[in-house]
Design a protein around this ligand. Structure first.
Ligand SMILES: Nc1ncnc2c1ncn2[C@@H]1O[C@H](COP(=O)(O)OP(=O)(O)O)[C@@H](O)[C@H]1O
Ligand SMILES: [Mg+2]
Length: 299
């Protein structure tokens, strides 16, 4: 992607008030759409987030402009629901958005407080209120990410999970912009969760569905992980890895397969296998240290 380069004439005044025209042909005007695209480069198969990011950007930008033109501005809520199986990139995207929101001036801090039911819900009366209040406080200025959020509704109306939900909702309504709440979980469970809590749906303008990766995408993710760790897969290793991934996808039901997480564990295992092989062979040349071979991939 090439940045947009504009020809800009700038008039510089020197001390004698002579005017000199200086042409700056290398001034880069940031193009928001390119900026968003750039943020998504390196992430495999997540281009579908692009449209959502454009929508968010436009909303923020226009609100800023309306505000300075003294026009009415609807309070902007950026709370989100992430629906997707494990390892489909939900946490990765939450971190990316947190960083971006800071750049856009929406959030004060680039932090993602990642929690689950046990961090919010207590076992006796009063404990849930205390825990939830504490977390909301910790998340101020950043993102509060609740993983497997549907489990908050697990025990029905008598469960303390309901208390946590109610507190979160009250807080979301009272403090529109103090933090961004992201609720994440399996698609089916999240749909059920929304159905059983009718007031919730309207509070989350952004619902993002994360799809399972296919074998090609998972191989691309694996290659990226390998490269990041300073390794290279041989052609045979790549071939073997691809078929291993494909076999795993075919074997597992959708719910059990952990997508990117499966690949990360696999890559880490392959790297450990390579270490053992090299130590056994006692070869430690630079080139060899880098190569992951088919022998390192145990099926
Ligand atoms: N699109 C992607 N591109 C590159 N790596 C990814 C992608 N999606 C997931 N991963 C990697 O897979 C692993 C699991 O991703 P994560 O965001 O934790 O998934 P989730 O939160 O949905 O369970 C992480 O190591 C992450 O870096
Ligand atoms: Mg996660």
């Amino acid at each position: 992607m090439t940045p947009r380069v504009n020809q800009i004439n700038i008039i510089l005044h020197d001390q004698k008030h002579d005017q000199k025209r200086v042409q700056l042909d290398k001034v880069v005007i940031p193009n928001p759409f390119e900026q968003i695209e750039k943020k998504l480069t390196g992430l495999v198969g997540l281009d579908f987030i692009y449209d959502q990011m454009v929508e968010i950007y436009a909303l923020i930008e226009i609100n800023k402009r309306r505000q300075s033109a003294n026009l009415k501005v609807e309070p902007q809520t950026l709370h989100m629901l992430f629906k997707g199986n494990p390892g489909t990139g939900k946490t990765t995207v939450a971190r990316l958005l947190a960083k971006w929101f800071v750049e856009l001036g929406v959030l004060a801090e680039q932090k993602v407080i990642e929690v689950d039911r046990a961090d919010l819900v207590g076992e006796y009366i009063g404990q849930t209120a205390h825990k939830t209040r504490d977390l909301i406080k910790r998340a101020q200025g950043g993102v509060l990410f609740i993983d497997e959020a549907y489990s908050l509704a697990r025990g029905g109306t008598k469960d303390f999970g309901k208390e946590a939900i109610d507190m979160l909702v009250t807080h979301m309504d009272n403090h529109q912009q103090s933090f961004v709440l992201i609720l994440a979980g399996y698609p089916k469970q999240m749909d059920y969760f929304l159905k059983t809590n009718p007031g919730l749906r309207s509070r989350f303008p952004f619902i993002i569905e994360f799809k399972d990766y296919d074998a090609d995408q998972l191989l691309a993710i694996a290659k990226q992980m390998v490269a990041k760790r300073d390794y290279i897969l041989t052609k045979e290793a790549e071939f073997k890895l691809f078929h291993l991934i494909k076999k795993k996808i075919d074997l597992e039901s959708n719910v059990n397969f952990s997508n990117g997480r499966f690949v990360r564990n696999l890559v880490e295992k392959i790297i450990r296998n390579q270490s053992i092989r090299l130590v056994k062979q006692q070869v430690y040349d630079g080139d060899i240290l880098v190569l992951l071979t088919a022998d390192d991939i145990l099926t």
